[in-house]
Design a protein around this ligand. Structure first.
Ligand code: AMP
Ligand code: ZN
Length: 136
């Protein structure tokens, strides 16, 4: 189901042109307009889901299988040295377009990009408290 005024619904379904790399009945893969690196691509489901929480399980599985195929294609064709999969959910996590998407970001040695985080230094007790909070 598409959502009115959702730009990724329109792109995924071909109503707005894009630099399309792949299409099937469920997904379109496009080049990101603001790439972190050469070949930065986005996997877009054709049906609207705002984020991972809303994405039907079957589509989530299909999206990961497609990500694997696209990762191999990008690596073979662009000769990149690695690839990051990034998938943001919610504003706090950096999501700017509220239509589920997976970023495929080819990485090149010395490309200077930084898709990392500052590691914390929790104690064993703090880790255990989080573990309990999640599991209780
Ligand atoms: P996120 O921050 O995870 O929501 O990522 C949104 C991504 O969509 C960003 O990397 C943008 O550069 C990209 N983007 C936004 N609008 C378009 C568009 N019309 N075509 C291609 N990529 C887009
Ligand atoms: Zn949408």
């Amino acid at each position: 189901m598409r959502k009115e005024d959702c730009i990724f619904c329109k792109i995924a379904n071909g109503e707005i042109p894009s630099k399309s790399l792949y299409e099937d009945e469920k997904f379109r893969v496009i080049l990101d307009l603001g790439p972190a690196a050469k070949g930065h691509s986005l996997i877009l489901p054709k049906d609207h889901a705002a984020n991972l929480y809303e994405l039907p399980e079957k589509l989530a599985g299909d999206a990961m299988i497609l990500a694997k195929k696209m990762a191999s294609l990008l690596t073979e064709k662009l000769n990149c040295d690695g690839i990051n999969l990034v998938q943001n959910n919610g504003e706090a996590a950096g999501q700017t377009v509220e239509h589920f998407h997976i970023h495929l970001i080819p990485r090149y040695k010395g490309d200077g990009q930084n898709i990392n985080w500052v590691p914390g230094k929790p104690s064993q007790e703090e880790l255990e408290a989080v573990r309990k909070q999640i599991l209780e």
